[in-house]
Design a protein around this ligand. Sequence first.
Ligand SMILES: [Zn+2]
Length: 330
Amino acid sequence: MLALLAAVSSHALSGAALAADMQADLHLDTPTQLFRRKVGLDADGLEAGLPQLRGGGTNLAVMVLWPPREAKWEAHVESLLSILEKEDARLDAVTLARSPEEARAIAARGGVAMIYALEGAHGIDTTGLVGLRALQARGLALLGLTWSFSNRYAGSSGDAGAGLTEDGRALVAEAQRLGVVIDLSHASATTTLEVCRGSSAPVIASHSDAAGVKAHARNLTDEEIACIAATGGVVGLNLHSTFLGTPAGVRKAADHVEHLRAVGGIGVVALGSDFDGLITPPPDIATAGALGGLWDELRRRGWTEPELQGMRGENFLRAWWVARSLANQP
Ligand SMILES: [Zn+2]
C-alpha cells in the first residue's frame, strides 16, 4: 500500500516536473524577415529569432503568414509556409505544435513550439474554403480575417470597412468547424462585433492594444474588448510604439494591459508583440529577449504569479483548447 502511494506520488511529481512554464507570443512576423533577409530562425539580428525567444522565455511562438498587398497572395503564403517547414526540419529546437497539448510537450522538453497564423484572409482569396482546409492540414491554428484593407471576406480597420460578407460568414463557420481560432486584429469594428457576438467559440485579437489608453484605429474599444472576453478569447498586447502611445515603454505597455484587464477581466490578457513586423518597439522592450521587464513592471503593480502566468500563456492556451474542443474535425 505504501509502495503504491509512493509510486502514485512519484508519478505526480514527475508530471509536475515535466510541466513547462508557458510563455506565448501570439504575433511574430519573423517569417517575413526570414523571407526578406534569406536567413534562418537561429540568425542574429532579428527581434524574435531563436536567440531572442530563448533569452526572453518565449516557448510558444505564433509564426505569421502575411501576404503583402503587392504580392501574389497565395504564392507568398506558400513561400513563407515552406520556409517554416524547412526550419522545423532543420532545427531541433523548433517544432510545429498542432494542439495545446503538443505545445506543452515541446516546451517541457526545452523546445520552442511554433503555431502558424494567417494574417489576412486575402491569403486564401481565390482558394477559399479549400485553401483554408489545406493550410489547416499543414498546421494553421489562427486565421486573421483581414490585414490593412478590406477583402472578399471582411471589412478592415485600415479602410473603415464594413462587416462580414457572405463568403466571410462561410469562412468563419468553416474555420471554427476545423478548430481554427478566428483572429480579429486589423478587422473593422463592425466585423469584430459581428463575429464575436455570433461566435460560440473563443475568438481573439492577437496583436491589438486598448483605444481607451491610446486612440488609434488599430486599437480596440472597450466594447470590442468586452465582446472578445465574453467569448472566452484573449487580446494580445501589441508592442508597436504608435499603438502604445507616448512615451512608449514598459510602463505604457503595462497601462494597456491593466486597461484590458479592467474591461475584459484577468482571463482576457495575452501578448502579441508584433516583433519583426516593421514595428518601432519601445526602447526598453526592443526584442523578445527583453520581455522580462514587462513582467517585472506588472509584478510591481501587484500582479500575482498565477495572474502573470495567465497573460504569459495560459489564457491563450485555454482559448485555443476550448476552440479545438468545440470543433467538429473530420
Ligand atoms: Zn498586423
